[in-house]
Design a protein around this ligand. Sequence first.
Ligand SMILES: Cc1cc2nc3c(=O)[nH]c(=O)nc-3n(C[C@H](O)[C@H](O)[C@H](O)COP(=O)(O)OP(=O)(O)OC[C@H]3O[C@@H](n4cnc5c(N)ncnc54)[C@H](O)[C@@H]3O)c2cc1C
Length: 199
Amino acid sequence: MARWEAWGKQAKQIGFVSHLLTGKETRERIGEQAQWVGGVWSPSDARAEPSMAAPAIATGAKNLGASVHQNCAVRGLDISGGRVAGVWTERGLVKANRVICCGGAWSSRFCKQYGVELPSANILGTAFKTTVAPEVIKGCLSIGGLCIRRRQDGSYTVALSGRGQIDLAPQNIRYATKFYPMYRSKIAKTQSAHQRLFL
Ligand SMILES: Cc1cc2nc3c(=O)[nH]c(=O)nc-3n(C[C@H](O)[C@H](O)[C@H](O)COP(=O)(O)OP(=O)(O)OC[C@H]3O[C@@H](n4cnc5c(N)ncnc54)[C@H](O)[C@@H]3O)c2cc1C
């Protein structure tokens, strides 16, 4: 709880709204299924149904003049006179005098071919969708090793947090030293979470 309190103070400085709950307050929100030491409640957090939110964002962008090209990978930059002049896609050239790279886990590899270093650790996590299930909590709940989010159809997205698999692939080896402290802290937390689970 002391760690979360310290986190809350830092988060507040960047405008994040979170409240530390006592064990009793946590029980009042989530129920008596478990003995809660306490919790963190972030009332200004939001959740969105990805399959609805993503098309809505695309429609909004189109209304502002964007053209959206689906299932069409960008293969490289078009560079003219030392400046970016567009992108080469699977279906041809798209001219643009500015290009923003937002390729998620793929960005690092894309940038590298142009000598731009963007350290990233690609970690395989586990998430799955349940069938329709009783309401545990409105919104999202994150507890040691587990996150759940209720979906609009009454099912849940369940993610195993703090656990992941790192392939010994060139990308991960290249930046291993940069992420080593993070790997170490995750291993320490996972081990203590396991001990809590099995003791
Ligand atoms: C299972 C899971 C659950 C998550 N749950 C949450 C959550 O509840 N809340 C939360 O805040 N975050 C969550 N996250 C994290 C969140 O999804 C990511 O942080 C976020 O999506 C990153 O956004 P992004 O736009 O940077 O990258 P992405 O969403 O990965 O988007 C990158 C896009 O670029 C495309 N792309 C890549 N290369 C190319 C190319 N060469 N040409 C064209 N397109 C390309 C990819 O296909 C992809 O569509 C979750 C992540 C996962 C995996």
